[in-house]
Design a protein around this ligand. Structure first.
Ligand SMILES: Nc1nc2c(c(=O)[nH]1)N[C@H]1C(S)=C(S)[C@@H](COP(=O)(O)OP(=O)(O)OC[C@H]3O[C@@H](n4cnc5c(=O)[nH]c(N)nc54)[C@H](O)[C@@H]3O)O[C@H]1N2
Ligand SMILES: Nc1nc2c(c(=O)[nH]1)N[C@H]1C(S)=C(S)[C@@H](COP(=O)(O)OP(=O)(O)OC[C@H]3O[C@@H](n4cnc5c(=O)[nH]c(N)nc54)[C@H](O)[C@@H]3O)O[C@H]1N2
Ligand SMILES: [Mo]
Length: 811
């Protein structure tokens, strides 16, 4: 989230689109209720289904799955055409005036630089700003230059008229316009809309671009950095934010630093490429500190072994051999299916249930020599080899994989911190002792590490140094405590740390108080720079539980600790106008008091930079302003464009009816063997989407009796019109099939899903919850992911679980 849970109550308008917060985030949803009750906020819901969130909304409109860029692109066009933009904000805080490289083009659905053979933009050099001889980006404050970002954006989205958008989304035009009108009102300075989304936006082959389009809308409206504004990802598992923060993706290091590629063997070049210099005079570009964060990380990992002479052990870090996407799950299971992966550690993960194309995943696992499951439960994955009749129809005798189960504790059975959607690190205390032989994940992994290190020490190996030299300072080597680990993530002084005046700010051995203290000379260590400040000499900041709110804007700075630096709203300098005054009386967050920035939140800015100095608020971008033009950051191009889901019910991209190369995203993650597994509308005419229910958490709560009682049996949702056409009555068993397999479930016939008119045809949508499987206490059922295609977003590789084609028949 750019903002925080408690801040939702400051919104004037709440748009829930691409998520179902009342169902999937029932506790956080109370802040929506607060906004409605105390702030007279309105709630608008856009979802293929009339959801539990929709049932308490002020306005609802249906949409076809996978068409949100058309809706949001249409909205951008509407805001510009009707002059409903926050002019002062847009002019000062965004890149509208920046001039784009002359070679940049968009033709036939493709931007400049596309390589059809590799299905990627291999040349992104034109996706850039024009620079002057001084190295700074050129701007045209009049916004008239034909290649300034404003003009290019206006032209790009002028194609998304209300007719075009409605035709793609299947949303009636009058409803669309009603929503756009209401959203447009928040362009008034001092009025904000918050956008709450989750998987309804991420799980598409164009998911990342849907979210970018939403960010562009919020920038036009001046809603980023303000109370009650922002683009807010409501996250999933209790610590999934912590997972990305700590870099547990194959191409990341902790704190969103990036792993070097094979071609980057030179340490100084690696740092220089990431420590971006300001693109405008007088601007702060925060990533210029990259070297300090990186060296501090290496000091935490390698202590005395990391020295300036050996480039702080840069050679110890693996270098990615695949450019762009790394080893995401689609790639990993594809390699597994070709026998390229011998063993697999599966920790707190149930891939045959949660990954797309279950039969493909099971077949891949059958190629493993060994599989280790670390989980408190006996999951379907730990029994992927078991023939469970129609639910898991495998030939057990032919599967030779050796499976080890290591029972772990569950999150509630240990102390530690979890990072929530608001970026708050909240310390928690164990609620119960773990049963039986269960051990913590930390203990299992530590013991494994110690045994591996011992073998390398005794028997050698190809390159044992990175393992033998790893810093392992914990009191009990085989079970580091959560406190020790948390202190290491925060960071400490290796030697006395001095500030610019030479004064000692942290003595050797002391905890650091924030990342501004980090150095690239080896005097500081920090396991995750964005967590620096969470465990200082003042103690564990994550354990704080003071909910006072002195300014009455719900920032609660004494409750837990938020990264970065306990800041609750990112880019909050933008909550004040260029002269430093808040945009509206009830949106006071941080302001300039004549000497420095202060207020209800920790300023996201250089604290003593006077407004006259003209420094801009978006200090994580070297240009200092927010981007409508994404430069080279997105796989599909600088401006989001609508592409159809890989399985499209209309078989054509109405934006580019003549180019069948861009029906779907030209850069999505499609591994070579996957093309033949896509279905077409002739055999699978209905658009399906998958989702969760309040009563279950994925695939584990079916092991709990109470949850099993309240939601006992697998069902699918079918609209009344389609049910009647197919002769299906409520309670009938139906067979839902895709090109990849089928499931059988009880039909819930509903008014909540209506047929939509899309591109001259009627599109029916089917809703499929995902919680059932062949283990646990519910009635056993089919894994929903039997149906889902094995294709992912071009940036994140997130599978397209929210949009695919099925057929439905009475079973
Ligand atoms: N009770 C419970 N709560 C949970 C979970 C759980 O399993 N159970 N899981 C947690 C996890 S890990 C996550 S990631 C979150 C997920 O939170 P959500 O994303 O809110 O959960 P989903 O049920 O997947 O809801 C997605 C919604 O998007 C809609 N949708 C589908 N396609 C589209 C589309 O193209 N456009 C739009 N606008 N909407 C679309 C669906 O109809 C559905 O209502 O929930 C978390 N909370
Ligand atoms: N079709 C479709 N597929 C989806 C989705 C969808 O909407 N539609 N949603 C996707 C999303 S957002 C998610 S997050 C995934 C979820 O997919 P998974 O993460 O594979 O599913 P979970 O059932 O949450 O599995 C988590 C496992 O962790 C175990 N566990 C709990 N606590 C601990 C612990 O402390 N240590 C260890 N080692 N294990 C623990 C639980 O028992 C459980 O088995 O599913 C994805 N798949
Ligand atoms: Mo999730």
């Amino acid at each position: 989230m750019t903002n925080t849970w408690t801040d939702i109550r400051n919104a004037n308008l709440i748009l829930v689109m691409g998520g179902n917060a009342a169902e999937a985030h029932p506790c956080g949803f109370k802040w929506v209720t607060e906004a409605k009750a105390h702030n007279k906020a309105r709630l608008i819901v856009v979802d293929p289904r009339y959801t539990r969130t929709a049932s308490v909304s002020d306005y609802y409109a249906p949409i076809r799955t996978g068409s949100d860029i058309a809706f949001l692109g249409g909205l951008i066009n509407y805001l510009i055409a009707n002059d409903k933009i926050q002019h002062e904000y847009v002019r000062n805080y965004t890149d509208v005036s920046f001039i784009v490289n002359e070679g940049f083009t968009f033709e036939d659905g493709l931007f400049s630089g596309y390589n059809a053979e590799k299905r990627t933009y291999s040349d992104k050099s034109t996706w850039s700003y024009e620079k002057g001889a001084d190295g700074f980006a050129k701007v045209d404050p009049t916004l008239e230059h034909p290649r300034c970002v404003f003009q290019l954006m206006k032209k790009h989205y002028s194609r998304y008229t209300p007719e075009v958008a409605s035709n793609i989304c299947g949303m009636p035009q009058d409803r669309m316009l009603k929503i756009w009108e209401e959203i447009a009102e928040t362009s008034q300075p001092g009025k904000t809309m918050t956008i709450l989304y989750a998987l309804g936006w991420t799980q598409h082959s164009i998911g990342a671009q849907i979210i970018r389009t939403a960010a562009m809308v919020q920038l036009l409206l001046g809603n980023i950095g303000l109370p009650g504004g922002g683009v807010n990802a409501l996250r999933g598992h209790s610590n999934i934010q912590g997972l990305t923060d700590l870099g547990l993706l194959s191409n990341l290091l902790p704190g969103y630093m990036t792993l070097a590629g094979d071609a980057e063997q030179d340490f100084n070049a690696y740092i220089a490429k990431r420590a971006l210099k300001p693109l405008r005079p007088g601007q702060m570009s925060y990533w210029q500190n990259y070297g300090k964060f990186h060296v501090s990380l290496m000091k935490a990992w390698y202590a005395d072994v990391a020295t300036a002479e050996n480039n702080w052990c840069y050679d110890y870090l693996p270098k990615l051999d695949v450019p762009g996407a790394g080893y995401d799950v689609l790639k990993m299971f594809d390699m597994m299916s070709r026998g390229e992966v011998r063993g697999y550690f599966c920790q707190g993960f149930n891939p045959i249930a949660s990954l797309p194309d279950k039969n493909r995943v099971v077949a891949a696992m059958a190629k493993l020599k060994w599989l280790v499951i670390m989980d408190p439960l006996a999951t379907e994955t730990s029994e992927f080899w078991r023939n469970a009749g129609e639910f898991n129809n495998v030939d057990t005798a032919s599967i030779q994989t050796e499976v080890f189960r290591l029972p772990t504790t569950c999150f509630a059975e240990e102390d530690g911190s979890l990072v929530n959607s608001s970026r708050w690190l909240q310390w928690h205390w164990k609620g119960a002792e773990a049963p039986g032989e269960a051990r913590t994940d930390v203990a299992i992994m530590s013991e494994l590490f110690l045994m591996l290190r011992e073998r390398y020490r005794n028997e050698g190996g190809v390159y044992p140094d990175p393992i033998l030299s790893l810093n392992w300072p914990y009191k009990i080597a085989h079970e580091p405590s959560p406190e020790e680990l948390a202190k290491e993530f925060n960071g400490y002084a290796v030697k006395d740390v001095t500030d610019a005046t030479g004064a000692v700010v942290a003595k050797a051995g002391q905890q650091l108080s924030g990342f501004a203290q980090l150095k690239d000379d080896g005097s500081t260590a920090s396991g995750c720079w964005i967590f620096c400040g969470s465990w200082t000499e003042q103690g564990n900041q994550m354990a704080r539980r003071d909910n006072s709110d002195p300014y009455g804007v719900g920032q609660n700075l004494g409750w837990a600790w938020a990264w970065p630096m306990n800041r609750r709203i990112l880019y909050n300098r933008a909550s004040a106008d260029p002269s430093g005054k808040p945009w509206g009386p009830d949106k006071k967050l941080v302001w300039w008091n004549g000497k420095n920035w202060g207020g209800a939140d920790v300023p996201d800015f250089k604290p003593d930079s006077a407004p006259e100095a003209g420094m801009n608020p978006f200090i994580m971008n070297p240009e200092g302003v927010a981007r409508f033009f994404a430069v080279d950051k997105m796989a599909e191009g600088p401006f989001p464009e609508h592409y159809e889901p890989f399985e499209t019910p209309i078989g054509v991209n109405p934006m580019h009816p003549k180019n069948d190369k861009v029906i779907s995203s030209p850069v999505a993650r499609v591994l070579p063997t996957v093309w033949e597994s896509f279905g077409k509308a002739d055999k699978f005419p209905y658009a399906a989407t998958t989702y969760r229910l309040t009563e279950h958490f994925h695939f584990w709560t079916k092991h709990c009796r109470l949850n099993a009682i309240i939601q006992p049996e697998q069902f699918v949702e079918i609209g009344e019109v389609l049910a009647q056409e197919k002769g299906i009555a409520a309670g009938d068993k139906v067979r839902v099939s895709s090109k990849r397999g089928y499931i059988v479930a009880v039909a819930v016939v509903t008014k909540r899903i209506k047929p939509l008119q899309v591109n001259g045809q009627t599109v029916h949508q089917i809703g499929i919850p995902l919680h059932w499987g062949f283990s646990g206490l519910t009635r056993h059922g089919y894994l929903t992911n039997t149906l889902v295609p094995f294709v992912g977003d071009g940036n994140t590789q997130t599978p397209e679980s929210k949009s695919f084609l099925v057929n439905v028949e009475k079973a």
